[in-house]
Write a protein that binds this ligand. Structure first.
Ligand SMILES: [Zn+2]
Length: 359
C-alpha cells in the first residue's frame, strides 16, 4: 500500500509539473456580484486553478483552465452561485496541438507582426541594430546568462551624455508571448522615429529594452503543445519533482509577501529564498547598478488590461502599502491607461498591484 501511495504521489506531482491538458476545458465567467468574485478567487487561490485572465471587478470576464477531473465540481459550484459561464475550449490539448502544428508549418523568420522563438528574437535584434537612428547609438548588452546558458540580452538606444533611462521588459512569464511581441513594437517605434512622440522621447531619454527576461522558460514554452502554458523559469527545485520559480515573485523586495506560494509545484512559487534564481540576480544587480538613472520602468505582461503601480505588498497592518509618491505615479499610470483606452476603445484598470489584484 505504501508503494502504491508513493506512486500515486509521484504521479500527482508529475501531473502538477507537466499536465498534458487532455480533457481540460477553458471557461469564461463574468462576475456580477461579490459572491461571484469570491468564488473566482477561491477557484484561483484555494483550488489552484490556472487563470489565464483574472477578474477583480463586476462585468469583467475571467478565463481559467479546469482539469478534467474537476469539471463536474466546478460546474456545480458555478451553477449554485448563479455565475454564468461559457466554454471557450472543450479540449485544451486539441487546441494546443492545432496551434503548435500551425506554428511549425510557418517559415521560421523573425517578424514584428507575429510570435517569434527566442532564437529568432535574438537574430531580429541583430537586424534591428541596422535601424538605429543616426542621432543615437544602439547597443546589445548581455547582463548575464541563464542556467541553460541563454543570454539575458538588452537592446539599448543611447546618447553619449548619461541621460535618464526608460526601461521596458517582458516575458518574465514564459507563456505570455504577447508581452515580448508588444515590447518589440515599442522598440521599433523608438527606432523608427516616425511618431513625433517617439522623436521627443528619444531627444530626452535613453531606452533600454529587455525583450525576454526568462529565456529558458520562454524557449521551453515553444518546444511542444504540452509546454505552451509554462510560466516559470526551468531551474530544478531540490526535493521536488516540480521545476521552476515564478521570477516575478523572486525579487529581494518584500519577498514571500502576498500572492506567493512556498510550494515548488505552484505556478506562483516564489523560490527557495529571495533572489534565489540566476535570472532574478542578473536583472536585480544590473538595475541596482543603473538605479539612480532609471526614470521609468515598465514590465509588460499579458493578458489582463491593467496598469499596476507599486507596491504589490501589504504592510504590517495587512493593508496595501502605498509609496510616498503614489499620486504622481497614479497620474502617470492614468495617462498611460487613458492613451491606450482612447486609441483602442478598451477598458484598463489602474491602481497599485496590491489593491488591484491581491486585495
Ligand atoms: Zn505575467
Amino acid at each position: 500500500m505504501q508503494t502504491f501511495n508513493v506512486i500515486l504521489m509521484l504521479f500527482a506531482a508529475v501531473s502538477a509539473q507537466q499536465p498534458n491538458y487532455e480533457g481540460y476545458q477553458v471557461l469564461s465567467a463574468i462576475p456580477e456580484n461579490d459572491s461571484h468574485l469570491k468564488l473566482l478567487k477561491d477557484l484561483n487561490v484555494k483550488d489552484g486553478l490556472d487563470f489565464l485572465k483574472i477578474s477583480t471587478r463586476f462585468e469583467t470576464p475571467a478565463e481559467f483552465l479546469v482539469p478534467r477531473d474537476q469539471i463536474e465540481n466546478v460546474f456545480e459550484r458555478l451553477s449554485i452561485n448563479g455565475l454564468k459561464y461559457n466554454i471557450i475550449s472543450s479540449n485544451v490539448a486539441e487546441d494546443l496541438k492545432k496551434s503548435f502544428q500551425l506554428r511549425n508549418d510557418e517559415p521560421r523568420v523573425f517578424g514584428l507582426d507575429k510570435y517569434n522563438t527566442f532564437e529568432d528574437i535574438l537574430s531580429g535584434l541583430d537586424d534591428l541594430l541596422l535601424k538605429c537612428p543616426s542621432s543615437a547609438s544602439c547597443v546589445l548588452e548581455d547582463i548575464g546568462l541563464t542556467p541553460e546558458n541563454k543570454p539575458i540580452r538588452l537592446f539599448k538606444i543611447v546618447k553619449p551624455s548619461q541621460r535618464k533611462i526608460v526601461w521596458f521588459d517582458s516575458a518574465i512569464h514564459a507563456r505570455e508571448w504577447l508581452a515580448p511581441a508588444t515590447n518589440l513594437k515599442l522598440l521599433d517605434a523608438i527606432l523608427s522615429q516616425e511618431d513625433p512622440n517617439a522623436v521627443s522621447l528619444l531627444n530626452k531619454y535613453d531606452f533600454y529594452f529587455l525583450i525576454i527576461m526568462n529565456p529558458d522558460g520562454y524557449s521551453f514554452s515553444w518546444e511542444s503543445p504540452d509546454n505552451r502554458l509554462w510560466r516559470k523559469n526551468r531551474t530544478p527545485n531540490p526535493g521536488s519533482v516540480c521545476r521552476g520559480t515564478d521570477l516575478n515573485r523572486n525579487f529581494d523586495v518584500n519577498w514571500m509577501n502576498d500572492g506567493t506560494s512556498t510550494e515548488p509545484c505552484s505556478d506562483v512559487f516564489g523560490g527557495s529564498s529571495a533572489a534565489s534564481e540566476t535570472e532574478t540576480q542578473n536583472v536585480q544587480n544590473y538595475l541596482r547598478s543603473i538605479g539612480s538613472r532609471v526614470i521609468a520602468l515598465t514590465s509588460i505582461h499579458s493578458t489582463a488590461q491593467m496598469i499596476l503601480l507599486p507596491y504589490g505588498h501589504t504592510d504590517s497592518n495587512e493593508e496595501c502599502a502605498i509609496p510616498a509618491d503614489h499620486e504622481k505615479q497614479l497620474a502617470a499610470g492614468n495617462a498611460f491607461a487613458d492613451a491606450i483606452e482612447n486609441t483602442y476603445d478598451t477598458i484598463w484598470e489602474r491602481g497599485t498591484g496590491c489593491s488591484t489584484i491581491c486585495k
